[in-house]
Design a protein around this ligand. Sequence first.
Ligand code: ANZ
Ligand code: ZN
Length: 821
Amino acid sequence: MSSDEQYDPRAIQDKWQARWAELDPFKAASEDGREHRYALDMFPYPSGDLHMGHAEAYSIGDVVARYWLQKGYNVLHPVGWDSFGLPAENAAIKRDSHPAEWTYANIETQAASFRRFAPSFDWSRRLHTSDPEYYRWTQWLFLRFYERGLAYRKGGQVNWCPNDQTVLANEQVVGGHCERCGALVQKRVLTQWYFKITEYADRLLDDMAQLEGKWPERVLLMQRNWIGRSTGADVSFVIEGRDEPVTVYTTRPDTLYGATFMVVAADAALADEICAPEQRAAFEAYRDEVARESDIERLSTEREKTGVFLGRYAVNPVNGERIPVWTSDYVLAEYGHGAIMAVPAHDQRDLDFAHKFGLPVRVVVETGQADPAETGVATAGEGRVVNSGPIDGLAKADAIARITEILEGKGLGRAAVNFRLRDWLVSRQRFWGCPIPIIHCEACGEVPVPDDQLPVRLPDGLRGADLAPKGTSPLAAAESWVNVECPKCSGPARRDSDTMDTFVDSSWYYFRYCSPGYTDGPFDVEAVRKWMPVDQYTGGVEHAILHLLYSRFFTKVLHDMGMVDFTEPFDRMLNQGQVILDGKAMSKTLGNMVDLGQQIAEHGVDVVRLAMLFSGPPEDDIDWADVSPHGMAKFLSRVHRVVEDVASPPGTDPSRGSVDLRRVTHRTLADATTLIESQRFNVAISRVMELQKATRAAIDSGPGAADPAVREAAEVITVLLSLFAPYTAEEAWEILGRTAPVATAGLPAADPALLVRESVTCVVQIAGKVRDRLEVAPDISETDLESLALASPKIVEALGGAGIRKIIVRAPKIVNIVPQP
Ligand code: ANZ
Ligand code: ZN
């Protein structure tokens, strides 16, 4: 290319996209002795084309993958689609088509956009979770879970629209109403499939020790809170007129003497069972009201407390006191034992309830704070136990230990642990998902589909209105599909007509990438041993809880099955921020969307990528209004010109070049490595910008374009730029007379001899006499120099403990200390 040719981002995109397709530089290699790295991006859901959020996430993930490539590692950087899910089904109903049509058309659109956006994907490993070759193994895994007792059925609550007569997914419930018709959503109990994730609750918590310092702290915190391990005690209360005592779970057994009433969850079977006849009508009306509330509403501390007296009394096991039993919505049926002892003096919810219904308040922990009965503020802090017989005077921890011991001794209670985590409800009454590979036979019960009959494919022939919900799963209507022979007794049987939550599909896709075409199992154990755990996982913080928890759970089960030898799938995690506009997250309703395709058409891919990466640390939000695509475009064309000006041939030995420029080049190389490894991509880019400036200056007013150091600098700029702006870098590499692709050119090692900063000698005097000489940086600050001087052993010794009257610092040359006389 001649030197007067302009930098044209669009032309180089078309040129290199075609060349890269031929070169295929990003295929992860089979074993070849190099170190491995696995860079994983959260795979996309195919809803329309890629948007700004994708652009950001994949730019970030790509820096990491491309950095590892330049370091010479064998890199696995795959791509695939999370392609089952409700939006495809809704689109199919609306357009009278099949969800696959919408899904695969969108995948092709996204794939084309990805190719243009140019992440360093290994396209040969591409997968779609809705392909039978993939979901065959989702079903296979389901069956292994089933055999281990980790997949089971029980009655579970679903959202039910009484008008549409259908089950609603959580995302179809908006503010308690059906998204389709606006009717008030009800709770219904249906038999559902669950994964027993609670069996792994302790390990999911404890194994987080492996992730400390490698995952964002807030993600670890969210995981911890979601699992919610709490410790306390189970305590038995006798209910008058009932043989079996009722157990309550409490984290504060030290407050047992302060229990002034009991509360049973309105939707717990116990409430229904013990309700006295005269209270039944009130109770049932209340229970129906509660059935319409979400757990979030129920646990809100802002709402006024509601409840009904059940007309019964319980007996406090430690002091024999009779306390009334109430029902309320703030106690949840599914947590602990669905019933609590209420201690209004020390629990705010209980205090609010006591105030509303005129129930007594008794202080049993003296905290020094004002009386809760008067202030309306429960005292939850530390203090000394009072009014509590044998545990009076004890501090909280001792009181808990002592009372638990007493209860255990009398068989009235014991120490207990509770988890907030519930089993994972995996069945969905939906069409576009992975069919559950179970057959129901009247004679044999649940019968797993034999492995050699997998996959259980989705039935053909259903489309459009056939997929609309009809009370049960649309699959149940496909008679010829549903009715099968029992694999065990050959009698008439029916297929399970539910499909799996799409979170099941995404809980194991990263294993599949290690051996995508594998036909003897979900993955080749050896391939997984080679590539995994994932070295870095990049994706949105919106998946910080469920997706990661489920993936961690799957990995632990696979570990217990002997299929993998690690227990955590993702070694490091990076959550990118959001792309926002004028301070608000981009959204269709706010109308503040910026169209990615249009941005790319206007500025080119490299500018968009660079602008995203340069805007700040990757975990921060990007306000597109603050981003300067024009500044980035200018920088790229400056790089282009520097490269065109290089006047020495490829392979020129840089060692005879300008030392000043070489120092900048090697300092940039060294710093860029550290900056990229600590994910400060924006700072790394600004260092490349500085190097570009220094090179420009060397060409224009320094040793000139033919100096070997200029070529060295231009090549380092180009290789570093390939992490952020691959098209411009590739074009530059060609102009420099090198062979494509620049992506695997390799990062030269920084020469330590060129990293040594120059130093100057500083004289340290005491009362005018030279006592020490220090080698310091020429730009050292006065404060740094002063503390360096005072820390010198020779100075400490010479001062001999004398105080200091005055210090005069003239950085970097002289420090003069005037001691006390
Ligand atoms: C008496 C008490 C006194 C309590 C006190 C707290 C403070 P975590 O930490 O979440 O495990 N509780 C127990 N089961 C419940 C349920 N099904 N629904 C709602 N609340 C329930 O909280 C456990 C505490 O929450 C328990 O300790 C119980 O109230 C309440 F000064 O018992 B506590
Ligand atoms: Zn049978």
